[in-house]
Design a protein around this ligand. Sequence first.
Ligand code: ZN
Length: 627
Amino acid sequence: MKKLLLFLLVQSLFLVVSAQQLELFNNSQSAYTIVLPSKPTTVELKAAMVMQDYLQRITGKELTIRQDDQGEQEKEILVGRVQRKAMLELPLAKLQEDGLWVKTAGKKLLIAGGTKKGVLYAAYTFLEKYLGCRKYSSDLTIVPKKATIVLNEINDRQLPAFTYREVFYNDAYDQEYSDWHKLHSFEGRGVDKSQWGYWVHTFASLLDIKEYGSTHPEYFSFYDGQRHAEAIPNWDGTGSQPEGQLCLSNPDVLDIVCRNLKKAMDKKPDALYWSVSQNDNVNHCKCKPCAALDSTYAAFKPEDKMYSTHGGEKYPALGMGSILHFVNQVADRFPDKIISTLAYQYSRVPPKNIAPRKNVNIMLCSIESSRNDPMEIGDTSFSSDLKGWGKLTGNIIIWDYTISFNHLFAPFPNLRVLQPNIQFLQSNNVSALFEQGNIQRGGEFAQLRTYLIARLMWNPQLSIEKEMNDFLIAYYGPAAPYVKEYISLLHDNNQSGRGVKMSSFGSPVEYAESFLSKDLINKYNAIFDRAEAAVKNDEAFFSRVRSAHLPVYYAMLEIARKEKTGPRGAFIKDLNNNWIPNPIIENALNDLYYHCMRTNVSRMAEWDTTPTEYFEKYNDFLEAGQK
Ligand SMILES: [Zn+2]
């Protein structure tokens, strides 16, 4: 009797689950069709085609795409706002722009999304989360083969943690990668139009110094006893830039800026964000009315907040009052647009008794922050400014940095701060995020970082350990455990919590006694020897492992160039007591160069130095050193 009851119980449980299950494919056959609205949007059409394409690649069977006015069938995959009861009942407005909803309802599968790209994101999320597809890099997509697909009940609604998500890494602008990982581009890289009309440092283009400098010097900054209406050469030697800023209390300046802004908006009607922001210098206007605005809205005494630029110059961070007073007026004239302005250097501290309008966006840059500690503890100055801004507005974009700009190939152990930083930003009312990485081809762990950052931007609470393991296994194959061992050892020694700053402008030479010590470099090379041996018969894995190894070579080369002689130097003495290039260093240089060539690396530093230039300069150094 007990056995019979148990049998009935199991039977009925099985039947209940089975009734909720949805058999999409059985042995590469399917009764399903993909259904679109009769007038689909481009995004809906794209989502339907992504579903059709990937389901065909998984099962070998191509499903038909139909429109919702062609008669309802029981088994349908509904994509977008189709006229079907199950879809019409969903509160899709809750998905806002990019939110997504994957849902089973009876025998229907619903792929739904918000007003922008949500439905496309829902398609990729379904393929990834429920069918095991992956997009690890622009050229590594995993599509598992399955003849039968049975789905359990799904009700998966997701909203992004940030409404704007950009990863400034080369791979992120591959169009499929960008859609798969739900990313944006301020420059409109890829095929999407940019949401940004102007991005940053726009005072110079909104009121031209060439047009007004000589006739209206009063439009420009007053300091050191006079107006500064001149241009100076750019820091990189190309072109020129204004020496100062605009005089923001002058009503004519407001009118001219708004007139020019309107002209620019008419040319790009789709762009939502328009930057009205300071030039890249700290010479803001100190005329009486501007200074009065700054002091009226200052939340501190000038001497209490002395900041320095990343160039080292010191100044009181006192300039936000006049900027926000000005930008709020601009925003009032363009209520349908978002006017973005910089809280940067002299304007980074949040003001008091004035708040940004709802359609004003505040852009904060964490360029001075240390990269080995989470920013909340590693850069208390920045984090306290952000906390203050987070209390004034929920319309904040952070421009954050994740690499060493001068040394794109240097080991840069900041992977452990990515998640705490993004979580910290989310919890302080940040709505948009621009993570600046390496836009060049190549560089240290470029694909891994792009992948992790993209996923964290959508969901800062995910398990980064799980994501990283998943990536490493797929990307490095049998060498994955070794690459992981290297990452762990490197990060265990990154000086986190010891008051040592790892900056985005640092050189590997600075870490020659910490995470790039002689002993550790030997250990790293030994790990990579094992990693390379594990994949020596697989060309793709081997090439990726070699790319991961190059930063160790790069660190050896930079340290050798600095030390010249000694155990880590570029030169040793031969049997006749003559200085010759150290063969270990020569080999590291040759290997680095050859692999950079093979993998199309474009730059060794953010702004200059191709691999060939690096190779030639280093060889010149080795040749000159012998003499
Ligand atoms: Zn002024």
